[in-house]
Structures are given as C-alpha cells and as structure tokens.
Ligand binder design. Structure first.
Ligand code: OGA
Ligand code: MN
Length: 206
C-alpha cells in the first residue's frame, strides 16, 4: 500500500461533501521533479501546442481567454517519469467508483505550460453538450512557489461563480479536485512560468 492509499477515504469524503478538495503531497518531491523535467523536455522538443476552447471539432485559439500550451499524456506509451502519477490517479479513480459509484472509465490528462503573465479566464470544464467530464484534476509542478508569484487557481464555491471563492497557489505536489459541472474557476496571471498536469476523470458520453 502506498501512502496515498491510507489518505484516499478522507479525500473522497471531502470531495463527496463539498464537491472540491485540495490534496498536498500527491507525489514525492523527487517524483514531481521528474515529471516537471519530462514536461520541460517535451516542451523543448516542440511537442506542445496552444490550447483551444470548445470541443474537438470546433476548437479555437483565443488569446483573450487562455494562454496555455498543452501536451496530452499518452496512456499507451507511458514514460517512466509519468508512472507514479498514473498509479496514484488510477488508485483515486478506483476508489471514487467503489465508494461514490461515479462510473468513471477513463482519464485524460495533459501537461500545461502557462508563460509568465498567462491566464485562463473564468470557465466551467464541462462542455454544454457533453457530460463526460466528471472530476477535474489539476496537479501542480512548481517548486518553491511564493504567494507573490501569483498564478492562483481561483475556485468559486457558489453555483453562479460570482460571490465566494478560494485562491489556491499552484504549489508543487498539490492536487486540486472538483466536480467539473459545478465549479467556475480561473487561472490568475503569474510572474513565472507555471507548470501542471491537468485532466479529467470521465464517464462514457451520454
Ligand atoms: C484548465 C484549468 C486550472 C489550473 O486547464 O481547464 O482550469 O489551475 N486549469 O491550471
Ligand atoms: Mn478548467
């Protein structure tokens, strides 16, 4: 059993009760560094592309809405540095299905790189015409992040995404989970480049 196994019941309780949860130490510092180095290697190799908005067939690049570039993790061709992330996220998925009957059958995850000054305007992760995305998972790879570096994830807790919010720093090892259909959120500009692995636990499209 990994350390995470023991923490899963409390994580899932919090997610079930409030619809979101912040999990620190989701990987070890060495595992996080290896994953960020792998992301940087892929970025340097030109494997990232600017992220669009909208569904696959109608994707648009909108500089006024989001600034990140992304690279999908290949679930078939898993790199060694990615294995601890896959192992923990799959353990989480199994436990979510077992205790909350969420019917998740796959995950999709991408590396995301925001340049300094980058942002993502307030949005929901679930497309209007598609309910496949159940849980949003944002995992941060930024060592020694200071509050003054900015780049917080702003997560609105009220249903309209207008009133109450939390600002969550993109600190290395921190995993933020929230239900994709419910939570409005945004990425605030940072003074440094900002790395993450972001993804969604999905059920079959209905
Ligand atoms: C996203 C997103 C949040 C973050 O990629 O959809 O909202 O903190 N990311 O990077
Ligand atoms: Mn989002």
């Amino acid at each position: 059993m990994t350390e995470l196994t023991h923490r899963l019941p409390a994580i899932i309780d919090a997610l079930a009760e409030q619809g979101w949860v912040v999990v620190d130490g989701f990987l070890t510092p060495a595992q996080i560094t290896a994953l960020r180095v792998e992301g940087e290697r892929r970025y340097a190799a030109g494997e990232f592309h600017r992220a669009g908005i909208g569904r696959a067939t109608q994707q648009q690049i909108r500089d006024d809405i989001r600034s990140d570039a992304v690279r999908w993790l290949d679930p078939i061709d898993r790199q060694p540095a990615e294995l601890p992330y896959w192992a923990n996220i799959e353990a989480l998925q199994t436990e979510l299905n077992r205790s909350l009957y969420l019917g998740i059958h796959e995950g999709e995850f991408h590396y995301a790189h925001y340049p300094a000054g980058g942002f993502y305007q307030r949005h929901l992760d679930r497309f209007r015409d598609n309910s496949a995305r159940v849980i949003s998972c944002v995992f941060y790879l930024n060592e020694d992040w200071q509050d003054t570096d900015g780049g917080h994830l702003r997560l609105w807790l009220d249903a309209e995404g207008q009133a109450e919010y939390r600002d969550i720093a993109p600190q290395a090892g921190r995993l933020v989970l929230f239900t994709s259909e419910r939570f409005w959120h945004a990425v605030q500009p940072a003074t440094r480049p900002r790395w993450s692995v972001t993804g969604w636990l999905r059920r079959a499209e209905v």
